[in-house]
Design a protein around this ligand. Structure first.
Ligand code: AMP
Length: 418
């Protein structure tokens, strides 16, 4: 038997209702905040990611699905959504048309990671990006949208961690101090962190290695190195979040995995998730447009991992409640090409009902049994008698109540509310 690729999952009909529910909330909340969807291809030129995410990151170093295509161009299955979206905004000159863009995206992403609960090689992300404002209210809007989505799907217990990486000047000053501190402990650091130390020392703060965590505990805090502009921005974000009653935890070690963040970074965590406790996160990325060779454009955004939302919701939501049961099952002894039967089927489907029929030419009794098994609201019993009298026999399956309806009165019958 051919199996699916390691780290990929089928989403089966029994689970799709939960996915549809989540996708509905994502769309609805995005709309409420005035965000429009932008869809980019699932693969891009490799440089889109190398240039933006940064060479010394796990994603670029070890996790990208990159391959030469048949004309030897290096192609990468997208590992994240911000870089492709920025590429699309620049390429399609969207930012010239409007000085503020509110965009969202949703779809599959690909990273060659070691699969475990909440970590796959193909996974799904929803992300929102607010492009064109350097003011703290845009950071607050993005964080507020993320929280509204979590609450909208029914997740109440989550932590919002925030930090500031400051502007370039502050970050540079801090970088130097951090290098001075870490170089005293260099040989005690994990191999990964020693490598990161060389190219991107801030990322050592991100390490999950226990010894690294011990060492970075006494490292200098970025918050002590923020200059006036950076402090003002961070205070502005915190002020609005407090006023709109979003509780947050300041986490000075939060730097997030990608290179392109500055000023505000944030993460949403849930204890329901175990080791992979991050539902999602994001931050401000004022330099990314310039990295792509475009005019510098301030922007802030976030992404959620949908599989992680589903893991949490699987325990919280009664999945049965999300399933729409059929309104009608047609139990018929007429032939499958009978004109009366086919006309009725068409009429019912045009009424926007969920209508199911037997396609295996089973006996009347077996069809009746099937109508109960699939928990249809009504069975419509159809035979020569009904055909002759231009009527149907309607059976409410909940209590067995049966009545005869003329074909003409079907249109006004309320099948949906029993
Ligand atoms: P990132 O783009 O790394 O900031 O990830 C944002 C969110 O996407 C994470 O918090 C996870 O919820 C989700 N995510 C990232 N990588 C994976 C993965 N390999 N499998 C499942 N979800 C993931």
């Amino acid at each position: 038997m051919i199996q699916s690729v390691r780290g990929t999952k089928d989403i089966l009909p029994e689970d799709i209702h939960l996915w549809n529910f989540v996708e509905g909330v994502l769309k609805e909340k995005s709309k409420r905040y005035g965000y429009s969807e932008l869809r980019t291809p699932v693969f891009e030129k490799t440089e889109v990611f190398v240039r933006s995410i940064g060479e010394e990151t796990d994603i670029v170093n070890k996790e990208m699905y990159s391959f030469p295509d048949r004309s030897n161009e290096s192609i990468t299955l997208r590992p994240e959504g911000t870089a492709p979206l920025v590429r699309a905004v620049i390429q399609n000159s969207l930012i010239q048309q409007s000085n503020l863009l509110r965009l969202w995206y949703y779809g599959p992403f690909f990273r060659y990671e070691r699969p475990q609960k909440g970590r796959q090689r193909q996974f799904h992300q929803y992300g929102a990006e607010c492009i064109g404002s350097d003011y703290p209210e845009s950071d607050a809007e993005i964080i507020s949208l993320a929280c509204d989505i979590l609450k909208g799907v029914g997740i109440k217990n989550f932590n919002v961690l925030i930090n500031s990486l400051g502007n370039n000047l502050s970050r540079e000053k801090y970088r130097k101090e951090l290098i001075a501190y870490l170089s005293k402990h260099l040989l005690e650091l994990s191999e990964d962190s020693q490598r990161r130390f060389e190219k991107n020392p801030l990322r050592v703060l991100d390490s999950k290695d226990e010894k690294d965590i011990m060492i970075t505990k006494s490292a200098p805090s970025i918050l002590d190195y923020l200059d006036k502009e950076s402090i003002e921005h961070f205070e502005g974000v915190k002020n609005i979040l407090s006023k709109i009653k979003i509780d947050f935890i300041i986490h000075p070690k939060l730097v997030r995995g990608l290179d392109y963040y500055n000023h505000t970074v944030f993460e949403f965590q849930s204890s329901e998730l175990g080791a992979q406790d991050s539902i999602g996160g994001g931050g401000r990325y004022n330099q990314l447009f310039a990295e792509f060779g475009a005019k510098q454009t301030p922007a802030v955004g976030f992404a959620f991992g949908i599989e992680r939302l589903i893991i949490i919701l699987d325990k919280l939501i009664e999945k049965d409640k999300l399933i729409q049961k059929p309104d009608v099952f047609i139990v018929s002894s007429l032939t499958p090409d009978d004109d009366y039967y086919l006309a009725l089927l068409k009429k019912l489907r045009n009424m926007d009902l969920i209508v199911i029929t037997d396609l295996n030419r089973r006996s009347f009794k077996a069809q009746m049994k099937e109508s109960n098994r699939i928990e249809a609201k009504y069975a419509i019993l159809l035979g020569e008698d009904e055909k002759k009298t231009n009527s149907i026999s309607l059976k409410r399956l909940e209590d067995g109540f049966q009545q005869i309806l003329s074909v003409d009165s079907i249109g006004s019958f309320n099948f949906v509310n029993k």
